[in-house]
Design a binder for this molecule. Structure first.
Ligand SMILES: [Fe+2]
Ligand SMILES: [Fe+2]
Length: 244
């Protein structure tokens, strides 16, 4: 069974630990008038994640299903979720809708342009387009403006079965994890491009106070500083000539 923790008011982290990969897969449910799920999870994890969501809301009540970029752990179970929540809208970048998602789900997704906002009731979300960060042309992040929470997908990736929320350094852990990945098949996790620092600065301008992180502990504290430090860590790990 997935473990469920409320990491900010009405924001639930549903965590599945994959021991083989020594990695958590975290899905976030916003409990509001129109509930939102951020990250569907892998298709293979769907029964477990659905069971955990059902402890919080009736899954058919989901109204929005969103994610950062088109990759299996972020959105592989989209069609399974749409089968149990037929009134839910799939919310992603306008580019993602056009190039992958509309075809994948067989109906139009709600494609958001950079800066577009929508409400789930008490909470208001803004879409921030971040091409190729963490990866994928279509990538973006969702920022919840009321509580200043950034749903930041693969950014700040950490390994291990770690605590749901921490106020201590997550960048050091993430830096270490990315350094270790460079030695194996998961090398070059984040494409380091001329857009990388620009995208991170754009996210820092939102002044997040909580970072809802897909792999590893979420973070509460100075989100601006964490994003600046992550930029330095990326430069260190990915901003050099490749080894291949
Ligand atoms: Fe990803
Ligand atoms: Fe991921």
């Amino acid at each position: 069974m997935a473990s469920v923790s409320e990491i900010a008011p009405d924001l639930y982290r549903i965590s599945v630990y994959a021991a083989g990969a020594n990695l958590q897969f975290n899905h976030f449910l916003v409990k509001d008038d129109e509930p939102l799920l951020f990250h569907t999870g892998l298709r293979g994890m769907f029964p477990e994640v659905r069971e955990a969501v059902a402890t919080l809301i009736e899954p058919s009540r989901l109204r929005s299903i969103s994610f950062s970029h088109f990759e299996s752990d972020e959105c592989g179970a989209l069609n399974e979720w749409l089968a149990v929540a037929p009134h839910a809208e799939v919310v992603c970048s306008d580019l993602g809708a056009m190039v992958s998602v509309n075809d994948f789900i067989g109906r139009p997704a709600r494609g958001l342009e950079d800066g577009a906002a929508f409400s789930t009731g008490k909470y208001r979300f803004r879409f921030c387009r971040t091409p190729h960060l963490p990866q994928g042309w279509d990538a973006g992040a969702l920022f919840e403006e009321t509580r200043q929470t950034l749903l930041c997908s693969d950014l700040f990736h950490q390994t291990g079965d770690v605590e749901p929320l921490t106020e201590s350094d997550v960048v050091g852990r993430s830096h270490q994890a990315m350094r270790e990945y460079q030695a194996g098949i998961l090398a070059e996790y984040v494409p380091y491009t001329p857009l990388t620092s620009q995208n991170l600065r754009k996210l820092a301008e939102l002044k997040p106070r909580t970072l809802a992180i897909m792999h590893g502990s979420s973070f509460k504290g100075d989100g601006v500083r964490a994003l600046q430090d992550l930029d330095a860590a990326f430069r260190d790990v990915f901003g050099r000539a490749g080894s291949t």
